[in-house]
Design a protein around this ligand. Structure first.
Ligand code: SAM
Ligand code: SF4
Length: 445
């Protein structure tokens, strides 16, 4: 057992991965491991990996290079690699980095305590990557890294097969957790003092399609929003194809459900969207945006965009730029297309040259910033309800909070405001953040 041992965990990638790390820390906590924020004197180091783009994978091996030097000074240290790259590469990770002691995939995180025990007892490396099954993983303790906001994974895996994406092969098919389980977890987090619940899934709009009886995301949100003490409910990531009016009806029935919609469009040109197998056109996407704004005129709509998908022409790229101006996104994750092994798009011969992708990315980012600045400026003078997250990292007298539509606001605040919903007036704008001043505190829901 761990006694008072120390664990350092480095997490790459999306909120799902971060939530997986919270589960690993939860299990390790029960074994007596304390979390460290530096690797140097840790007894156990885990790198929880992301394989969404080649660069994300490269980060693993450069991190492992650093860790090799630390392990050279402390040979009894255990190094583990988990997550999407582990699921994909398995044994091949140890071929490139033989000093790694433990490799385990996304499907068997709950085996971590046994695997660790095996490594520490035998001092032999262990690689354990299991095939995907229909079974949900067992409940695991969770050491949450947020202070007021708790992530809850509602769906594991993804049933889509977007032609550029490696996720289904490293996370398996969609498995929704039953509403009752999720409500119990949400009740637990409220009892622990969290006030915001964020429901996670790769395509959270597909929630419940695989359950019997079939339910929808709206049903889940409805159940979670009713839990006493839940001041806010959020969800991500949305899939534009599956977002429907039934969801908006259920959401808008609750004051504590936030009007933030992360609905990645990926590209603006219909031909590209078809080749990506996204299941919607630009026009259908715009109809979803309109639908959202009918229910929530000030909704925060954020997206992901890929430039340089194979065969993407300059004209098609310009359609992506047009969409950014048309929707007026409040946040955008942009990326150059990265060929992922085993995907259809990676096999195409019409790959876009790297320098063209780079140039398109720079141009897109400029427009994204320009639009974000316009959207932020339009909020100056408005009064927003924010959930206060805590002091900013740079100045302890400046606090940070988030509007319902997911805009970050900095304002002069005090410790008593943390975890509270308060009203602020927006006084100044940056592209991605706002400045404000606190008005009166609002009563909690
Ligand atoms: N499930 C979500 C969806 O369908 O939009 C997001 C999943 S993925 C973890 C997050 C983002 O990574 C995607 O929205 C996409 O923009 C980006 N991405 C996925 N595969 C990519 C690739 N091969 N190259 C570049 N970006 C990619
Ligand atoms: Fe990947 Fe598409 Fe699934 Fe998102 S919906 S995880 S982009 S396959």
């Amino acid at each position: 057992m761990g006694g008072n041992k120390k664990v350092y965990i480095k997490t790459y990638g999306c909120q799902m991965n971060q939530n997986d790390s919270e589960r690993m820390l939860g299990m390790l906590g029960e074994l007596g491991y304390q979390q460290q924020d530096q690797p140097y004197d840790a007894d156990l180091i885990i790198v929880n990996t992301c394989s969404i783009r080649e660069r994300a994978e490269d980060k693993l091996f450069s991190k492992l290079g650093e860790l090799r030097d630390i392990k050279a000074l402390k040979p009894e240290m255990v190094i583990g690699v988990a997550g999407c790259v582990a699921q994909n590469m398995g044994e091949r990770i140890r071929k490139r980095a033989p000093y790694v002691d433990m490799v385990f995939g996304t499907e068997n995180i709950h085996h971590l305590p046994q695997l660790l025990n095996q490594v520490t007892e035998t001092r032999e490396p262990v690689v354990s990557v299991v095939p995907f099954t229909d079974e949900l993983p067992p409940d695991m303790p969770v050491l949450r890294q947020g202070k007021h906001s708790a992530w809850i994974t509602a769906i594991y895996g993804c049933n889509d097969r977007c032609t550029y994406c490696i996720v289904p092969s490293v996370r398996g098919d969609q498995k929704s957790r039953p509403i009752d389980d999720l409500v119990k977890e949400a009740e637990r987090v409220v009892a622990e003092g969290f006030v915001e619940v964020v429901l996670l899934g790769q395509n959270i709009n597909g929630y419940g399609k695989d359950l019997e009886p079939r339910v929808g995301l709206g049903d889940l949100i409805d159940a979670v929003a009713r839990i006493p003490g839940v001041k806010r409910v959020r969800w991500l990531t949305g899939h534009p194809r599956d977002l429907d009016e039934a969801l908006l009806q259920k959401m808008s029935a609750h004051e504590n459900v936030c009007d933030h919609f992360h609905i990645p469009i990926q590209a603006g040109a219909n031909d590209v969207l078809r080749q990506m197998a996204r299941g919607y056109t630009r026009e259908k996407y715009m109809a979803k945006v309109e639908l959202i704004r009918r229910y929530y005129p000030d909704a925060g709509i954020t997206t992901d965009l890929i430039v340089g998908f194979p065969g993407e022409t300059e004209e098609q790229f310009q359609e992506t730029i047009e969409v950014v101006r048309e929707v007026r996104f409040t946040g955008v994750n942009t990326a150059a297309y990265s060929a992922r092994p085993g995907t259809y798009a990676a096999k195409r011969e019409d790959q876009v040259p790297e320098d063209v992708k780079d140039r398109r990315l720079v141009e897109l980012n400029q427009v994204v910033n320009e639009v974000a600045m316009q959207v932020s400026r339009a909020m100056v003078g408005s009064v927003q309800e924010i959930l206060v997250e805590g002091p900013s990292s740079k100045d302890p007298s400046v606090f940070q909070g988030r509007t319902k539509n997911n805009r970050i606001v900095f304002f002069p605040g005090e410790a008593a405001m943390e975890g509270q919903l308060i009203q602020v007036r927006i006084t100044d704008a940056r592209p991605w953040t706002l400045r404000g001043e606190a008005l009166a505190a609002v009563p909690s829901v």
